[in-house]
Design a protein around this ligand. Structure first.
Ligand SMILES: [Zn+2]
Length: 123
């Protein structure tokens, strides 16, 4: 039996590379939350609490990645930041359900993504 893949240490979103780190629940950067996305000068990256359980870890990782998408793609303005948090929470929860509830979609998506990588590598 093979070991499960490790939590990724980085993710590319909109041309930016963000470090991804599982951290202790007591990490002060979490400020009591389950995860954070930060793009300020002191830290750019995603932190996820390491003790959430697998489903909640998926949900929180997708939530923080959605923040990264919103930021890199200018989806919300500064005036909309309260709405951005609410929408991001719904997106993270919805994508976690879509992935968990649709194994055939995930299998197809993984295959399709591998195919695109092969095509790009040979182009
Ligand atoms: Zn958030």
């Amino acid at each position: 039996m093979t070991n499960p893949p490790p939590f990724p240490t980085r993710i590319w979103v909109g041309g930016y590379e963000f470090p991804m780190t599982l951290v202790d629940a007591a990490d002060p950067r979490l400020d009591g939350d389950d995860g954070i996305f930060s793009h300020d000068e002191t830290y750019r990256g995603i932190l996820v609490c390491a003790t959430l359980g697998t489903y909640r870890t998926i949900e929180v990782a997708l939530h923080e990645i959605t923040h990264a998408i919103n930021w890199t793609c200018d989806i919300f303005t500064l005036e909309d930041m309260a709405e951005e948090e609410a929408a991001t929470t719904k997106q993270g929860a919805a994508w976690a359900r879509v992935y968990v509830d649709n194994p055939k979609f995930c299998k197809w998506l993984n295959h399709a993504v591998q195919q695109v990588r092969k095509e790009r590598a040979s182009a």
